[in-house]
Design a protein around this ligand. Structure first.
Ligand code: GAL
Length: 430
C-alpha cells in the first residue's frame, strides 16, 4: 500500500514538472503545448492521491467522464496530506502564469489570498446559471466571496477537531471513555503509556500543527480562539502560553512521527495506539474497502469524539474548486466545476472522502454513522475555522506557524514558540 502511494507521489511530481517545462512561452495553440489530440484534456490539481483521499476523487472523475466524453480527465494530484507539497508547487505555477485548468483550494483565507492576487476568475456566471447561491450555506459563500464576486465551488465540509480512538486500547488502559477536557486527555494519555501502547499517534510536521489547532481551541474556548483571527488578537496572552504548554505536554506522549496522516491513523485502527487527532478524512480511510481504505468497522475497530475541550464546536474547512485565470482548457474546467457543484457529484464524492456535502440538499440517507453524526453537528454546533487547512490564516501565515512549530519540536521552548506566533500574526499581512 505504501509503495503504491509513494509511486503515485513520484509520478504526480514528475508529471507536474513535465507540464511546467512544456507549458511556457512559444506555444501559440492555447492548449499549453498539449498537442491536438490531447487538447481536450482537463488538468485537475489536488493532493488526493493517498489511500482514502483518492477514492472520492475517482468517484467524481467517473461522473465527469460519463457526462463529458469529449474531455479527458488529467489527474495532476501531488501527494502529501494537507497539500504539503502541492500547495508550494501550485503557488509557483500560478506565479509563473502556468495554472492547471482547475485546482482544489480551501475556502477562507487561503483562497482569498489567490483572489486578491488576481489569480482566479469570478464564477458568478456559474452561480447564476446553476442557481448555486441558494444551495450552499451563506457563511460558506462568504468565505469564497471578495468584493461581491464568488470565486470557487465548495465540494464539501470537513471537520478538523476530531479525536479518533481505539475502544479496545482505552479499555485495556482503564480509560472509561473519550476524554472531554484537555486535563482528562492528559490523564488518559498517561494511563495508556503505562500499558506500553502508543498513547498518541502522530504524522509529519503538518499533522502536529493540526493537533495544535485543536489544543488551542480546547484550551481557549471558541470565542477566544475565533478572536485570534481578528485585528484585536493578542497572541502574547497568558492563555496562549497555557495552550502551548498543553501542546508540549500532549506531544510528550506522541509516538514516532509517521510519514503522513494515514500511517499515523492506522496505528489507532490497528490497536497499536490509543488516540489520534485528525480531520474526518480519517473516516473515509478507515471504512473504505481495501485497497483504498482499511475496511474497518465504526464503533468496533475505532470510535470518535470531539477533540478534548471542543465539544459543541465544529472546526471546519472546505475543499473548493477554482477557475484560474489563463486556464489552458477553460471550458473543460467549467465542465469539471459543474460536476463538483452538482448534487450527484457531491453525493458520490463525500461518502467516500469522509466529508459531508457543501450543498444543503444532498441525499442524507447516504451519510452513515460518523457522517450522519457530522451532518447533525454541522447543523447545530458553533463554528471555528481551521488554521492548517486554510480557513483562518492565509498561506504566508500558515507557513510561518508551521515553521514555528517545526523549531519548537526541536528546542521544546514554549516562550520562543509563543514569540514566533506573535511575529507570525504581526507579519501575516492579513
Ligand atoms: C486537507 C484537505 C482534505 C484532506 C486533508 C488530508 O487540507 O482539505 O480534503 O485532503 O487535507 O490530506
Amino acid at each position: 500500500m505504501r509503495r503504491r502511494w509513494i509511486t503515485a507521489a513520484a509520478i504526480g511530481l514528475a508529471g507536474m514538472l513535465a507540464l511546467a517545462a512544456c507549458g511556457g512561452g512559444g506555444d501559440s495553440s492555447g492548449d499549453g503545448g498539449q498537442g491536438g489530440a490531447a487538447r481536450k484534456r482537463v488538468e485537475v490539481f489536488s493532493w488526493w492521491t493517498g489511500p482514502g483521499e483518492a477514492d472520492g476523487l475517482k468517484a467524481m472523475r467517473q461522473i465527469f467522464e460519463r457526462q463529458n466524453p469529449n474531455y479527458t480527465f488529467f489527474d495532476a494530484a501531488v501527494a502529501g496530506g494537507s497539500g504539503d507539497q502541492a500547495r508550494a508547487l501550485l503557488a509557483s505555477k500560478l506565479q509563473a502564469n502556468q495554472p492547471p485548468d482547475t485546482f482544489q483550494g480551501h475556502a477562507g483565507a487561503e483562497l482569498q489570498g489567490y483572489i486578491k492576487a488576481g489569480k482566479l476568475e469570478p464564477l458568478d456566471f456559474l452561480y447564476d446559471e446553476l442557481k448555486l447561491r441558494e444551495v450552499f450555506p451563506e457563511q460558506l459563500v462568504e468565505q469564497i466571496t471578495v468584493d461581491d464576486h464568488i470565486y470557487s465551488v465548495p465540494v464539501n465540509i470537513h471537520r478538523s477537531n476530531v479525536l479518533w480512538y481505539n475502544p479496545g486500547v482505552l479499555k485495556e488502559a482503564g480509560v472509561s471513555g473519550p476524554p472531554k477536557t484537555i486535563e482528562e486527555f492528559i490523564g488518559a494519555l498517561e494511563k495508556v503509556k503505562q500499558t506500553g501502547k502508543i498513547p498518541l499517534s502522530i504524522g509529519s510536521q503538518w499533522t502536529q500543527v493540526h493537533l495544535l489547532e485543536s489544543v488551542l481551541l480546547g484550551t481557549l474556548g471558541t470565542e477566544r480562539y475565533n478572536a485570534l483571527w481578528t485585528a484585536s488578537a493578542d497572541w502574547s496572552s497568558s492563555d496562549i502560553t497555557k495552550a502551548l504548554e498543553n501542546f508540549k505536554t500532549i506531544m510528550s506522549y506522541a509516538g514516532t512521527p509517521q510519514e503522513d496522516w494515514q500511517p499515523a491513523a492506522k496505528q489507532v485502527a490497528d490497536g497499536e495506539a490509543a488516540f489520534n487527532v485528525m480531520g474526518d478524512w480519517v473516516y473515509g480511510y478507515f471504512v473504505n474497502p481495501p485497497d483504498g481504505g482499511l475496511g474497518k468497522t465504526a464503533k468496533q475497530d475505532f470510535d470518535w469524539a470531539p477533540a478534548p475541550g471542543t465539544d459543541g464546536t465544529f472546526m471546519w474547512l472546505s475543499d473548493s474548486f477554482t477557475l484560474p485565470k489563463g486556464a489552458p482548457n477553460r471550458d473543460g474546467a467549467i465542465a469539471w466545476l459543474k460536476v463538483a457543484a452538482s448534487k450527484e457529484g457531491q453525493d458520490a464524492f463525500n461518502p467516500l472522502k469522509g466529508s459531508i456535502p457543501a450543498r444543503k440538499d444532498a441525499d442524507k440517507s447516504l451519510y452513515k454513522d460518523y457522517l450522519a453524526y457530522s451532518l447533525e453537528q454541522w447543523a447545530s454546533n458553533r463554528l471555528a475555522g481551521s488554521i492548517q487547512h486554510g480557513v483562518v490564516a492565509n498561506d504566508a501565515w500558515r507557513s510561518a506557524i508551521n515553521d514555528a512549530v517545526g523549531l519548537f519540536l526541536q528546542d521544546q521552548d514554549v516562550a520562543k514558540l509563543q514569540q514566533a506566533l506573535v511575529d507570525a500574526a504581526k507579519n501575516s499581512g492579513q
